[in-house]
Design a protein around this ligand. Structure first.
Ligand SMILES: Cc1ncc(COP(=O)(O)O)c(C=O)c1O
Length: 354
């Protein structure tokens, strides 16, 4: 299995990072989507106040955290019917391990997607099949990933598209997992959770959420799963045996973060202002914007090889990600992440005008 894992794609970007760094005013790194805006003070305070933590944390989460995740799923996502919740050590670990935990043999993955979906299938030694958005065209499998808003495209699924994914799950008696880690950052299209469209029948349906971007807590490693109670019970049982529990101070920080929407609205406004500034600047340089309605990324193309676009931007000291990192279909696109300070965004605008 390990020998079949792909080379870490970011290594291929190193020469372009070197080129961007040699710009007289330094690099503006719009490649890795790692949040840079500070974790809100009240979340930091909750973590600090919980630093005396001599006992083991519980895999299922504290009663307070469980209640916070449940209430948020109902009030923010519109979850109905019977469902369970489970804290995670960031959502990447779930993406990488879910096919192994569920002993999946055939996994469907969006054709332009976050690369860890494929890695998870490889770790499980499962077959991974890339599919289009349209679930009516999906083959039979035992697990399917959907991701809305999408990394890297910023595309938002319509309600009909999500309903079609649910129908696929029911027709195939297969697990549908919706990666909704950018759901709070919608902009020109409204992002809907799968949990609001099940009509209360959550069998085989899971949604994964993360506080990494929502609350700028990527360094805490804090995410959670919502959905089918029987499936979550099975996943929780394995995680208990495997020591996959979230640190107690992080659980306390998650609890307060989930109870507050104001900091999320502020962060959403920050990303949306950056997007609104960058899009016309990129268009002015000949880039055509596709999707980019939500999330953290702008997906664009000059109808040339992605590496040519990456090189052109690196000459201006700006580092972007080639779309080929996310699948063959992305080979003529680049992904721009809005995860630098407003000052650096302003700087990028100036460089794009030259
Ligand atoms: C689509 C998607 N899912 C999951 C993750 C993992 O996020 P985290 O592990 O920080 O929750 C990322 C991170 O960039 C992502 O883009």
């Amino acid at each position: 299995m390990r020998s079949s894992l792909p080379d870490f794609p970011w290594d291929a970007l190193a020469p372009y990072a070197e080129k961007a760094r040699s710009h007289p005013d330094g690099i503006i790194d719009l490649s890795v989507g790692t949040p840079v805006d500070p974790t809100p003070d009240f979340i930091q305070a909750a973590l600090r106040e919980s630093s005396n933590s001599p006992s083991y944390p519980v895999t299922a989460g504290t009663p307070q955290l469980r209640e916070a995740m449940r209430s948020w799923a109902i009030s923010r996502l519109g979850a109905t019917g019977d469902f369970d919740v489970l804290p995670l050590i960031g959502s990447k670990e779930l993406v990488a391990w879910l096919p192994t935990i569920l002993e999946s043999t055939k996994v469907l993955i969006p054709e332009i997607a976050y690369p860890t979906y494929h890695v998870g299938a490889l770790i499980a030694e499962a077959e991974s099949i890339t599919v289009s958005i349209d679930a009516q065209s999906w083959p039979n499998a035992d697990l399917a990933w959907m991701n809305s808003p999408s990394n890297p495209t910023g595309r938002v699924h319509s309600i009909e598209e999500i309903e079609s994914c649910i129908q696929w799950s029911r027709a195939n008696n297969a697990v549908l997992i919706s990666d909704e880690c950018y759901l709070e950052f919608d902009h020109t299209a409204h992002a809907t959770s799968v949990m609001s469209l099940t009509g209360g029948d959550n069998r085989n349906i899971l949604a994964v959420h993360s506080l990494s971007k929502r609350s700028s807590m990527a360094g805490y490693r804090a995410a959670f799963l919502i959905g089918d109670s029987a499936l979550i019970a099975k996943i929780r049982e394995l995680r208990k045996h495997a020591g996959m529990m979230v640190a107690l101070p992080v659980q306390k920080a998650m609890t307060v973060a989930l109870a507050d929407d104001l900091h999320v609205a502020e962060q959403r406004a920050r990303y949306n202002a950056r997007r609104d500034a960058l899009i016309p600047a990129l268009q002015g340089c000949g880039f055509r914007i596709e999707f980019s309605n939500a999330g953290l990324y702008i997906w664009c193309t000059r109808d040339e090889d992605a590496w040519t676009s990456v090189d052109w931007l690196a000459t201006r000291g700006i580092l972007a990600t080639p779309g080929s990192f996310y699948g063959e279909k992305g080979k003529n696109h680049i992904r721009i992440a809005m995860t630098v300070s407003d000052t650096q965004i302003a700087d990028a605008l100036t460089r794009l005008k030259v």
